[in-house]
Design a protein around this ligand. Structure first.
Ligand SMILES: Cc1cc2nc3c(=O)[nH]c(=O)nc-3n(C[C@H](O)[C@H](O)[C@H](O)COP(=O)(O)O)c2cc1C
Length: 430
């Protein structure tokens, strides 16, 4: 056989020289973007992004909680499928939001601007962290079409709160995300070991680690110094000092409660999402005090270790509130199949954190866009294979589409006379 014959049979891929373009061409899933991010970042920074608290039981459970559910397709024609939906009254191209992650310029010099650009292009909401390293006004100026959410802290004086609310409003942020899972800071032991503390405690091995990633280091040094412009008054943008790091990394709020939330409800006429609870009682109370949505979350396993996974409580939470409030899920979502399972169990949307950060580290804004696109492709494919045409149909079919394999027991009882085969029957969904 001649080379020209082989060429006709096999498409030979030309080598891609740019590392970034190589990742974009060759990463087929979120796990491969994670691997690419690991090759870019110093180990200490990667661990800060990737790690969880204490024994990382919750971090692992977040994946197991999705893997515990199986999908059950129904055969028949599928039209589309159409992945669009409505989130808090606005059209969204996908039932997916990008959830807040702080200090993003630590991972890539374009930081939150790159993430916001990808979310705007994809037509999905982006939640900017209170601890973001780009000012909310800058996000608004660059991406006026973006559905902008802001991670709002309850602590501080009423005057400071009202000033921040006015700032959010002026910058066109429609929705506040109030986190309730940081009453104390989770102990992330990888960070302690790596000296990623406040202030950073650099050991010889930390320095060798940083030196081993000259590309990241060069980008970091070339960029403006890290600052947290949404924490300080508008217009002031002080570079972070060791004392500020201490305040930022050690920041937690154990004094706020429902009274502060109710007061915020009165003061803010936009939408409010409660983020970071898994207790259906909290979900019911959030509905009672007039919040618009709850994001079931364990902070991606970074706070309370052994905390339940949102997937463990989603059905119960939905039953508590009916259609009275929107429910989102985050923590461990890595595939389109995960999104389908969550929607079938009662979620209105899913939120992703680390996946878009892996994309950002590996290939900047194009990497974030590619990660969102992978979710979209996987979602479309899974919907087609499961046999649903729209997000609303998937939600309506609900537990017809999923089975809890942890509680499944072989049974022949339910079958019409003459049916021989045993099947798996879920007790959890009854
Ligand atoms: C590096 C990093 C920083 C984060 N910063 C914040 C934050 O500032 N505010 C917040 O509410 N959640 C923060 N989170 C938690 C995310 O919003 C989200 O709950 C979590 O990442 C979801 O899990 P996943 O990463 O498995 O998708 C952070 C997560 C990561 C990985």
């Amino acid at each position: 056989m001649k080379v020209s014959d082989i060429r006709q049979l096999v498409q030979v891929k030309a080598p891609v020289l740019s590392r970034q373009r190589r990742v974009l061409a060759n990463a087929y899933n979120v796990a491969e973007f994670r691997a690419a991010a690991r090759r870019v970042l110093p180990a200490g920074i990667f661990d800060y992004l990737d790690g969880g608290s204490e024994d990382e039981v919750t971090l692992r459970r977040n994946r197991e909680a999705f893997e515990a559910w199986g999908l059950m397709p129904t055969w028949g024609p599928v039209d589309g499928p159409d992945t669009t939906t409505t989130i808090l009254g606005k059209h969204s191209a996908l039932p997916i939001t990008l959830t807040p992650t702080g200090a993003t310029r630590l991972f890539h010099p374009e930081g939150e601007l790159a993430v916001a650009g990808a979310a705007a292009a994809a037509g999905i909401p982006y939640g900017l962290a209170g601890m973001s390293t780009v000012a909310m006004e800058s996000i608004a100026g660059h991406f006026p079409q973006l559905d902008r959410w802001f991670n709002f802290g309850l602590s501080g004086t009423p005057a400071a709160r009202d000033e921040k609310l006015a700032r959010c409003k002026a910058a066109g942020f429609t929705t506040l995300i109030v986190g309730v899972d940081t009453r104390a800071l989770g102990s992330r032991e990888r960070d302690l070991r790596n000296g990623f503390t406040a202030p950073p405690s650099l050991t010889l091995s930390t320095l060798i680690d940083i030196a081993s990633r000259p590309g990241w280091w060069a980008n970091f040094l070339r960029a403006d110094g890290l600052s947290f412009p949404n924490l300080s008054p508008q217009g002031s943008n002080p570079t972070v000092t060791p004392t500020m790091w201490q305040q930022i990394l050690g920041h937690s709020d154990s004094s706020s409660g429902w009274a502060e939330l109710e007061s915020l409800r009165e003061a803010w006429d936009g939408r409010i999402v409660l983020k970071g609870c898994v207790n259906p009682k909290d979900v019911a109370r959030a509905a009672d005090v007039g919040l618009d949505a709850v994001q079931l979350s364990n902070h991606g396993g970074r706070q309370l270790d052994h905390m339940l996974s949102p997937m463990d409580v989603l059905q119960e939470a939905r039953q508590q509130v009916g259609d009275g409030i929107e429910i989102y899920v985050d923590s461990g979502i890595r595939r389109g199949t995960d999104v389908v399972k969550a929607l079938a169990l009662g979620a209105d949307a899913c939120s992703i954190g680390r996946p878009y950060l892996y994309g950002l580290v590996a290939a900047g804004s194009a990497g974030v866009s590619r990660v969102i696109e992978i979710f979209a492709e996987e979602l479309r494919r899974t919907m087609t294979l499961v046999g649903v045409s729209t997000v609303a149909e998937l939600q309506a079919r609900g537990t017809e589409v999923v089975r809890d394999l942890r509680h499944a027991t072989p049974s022949t009882n339910e079958h019409p006379a003459g049916t021989q085969h045993a099947t798996l029957v879920s007790t959890a969904t009854q």
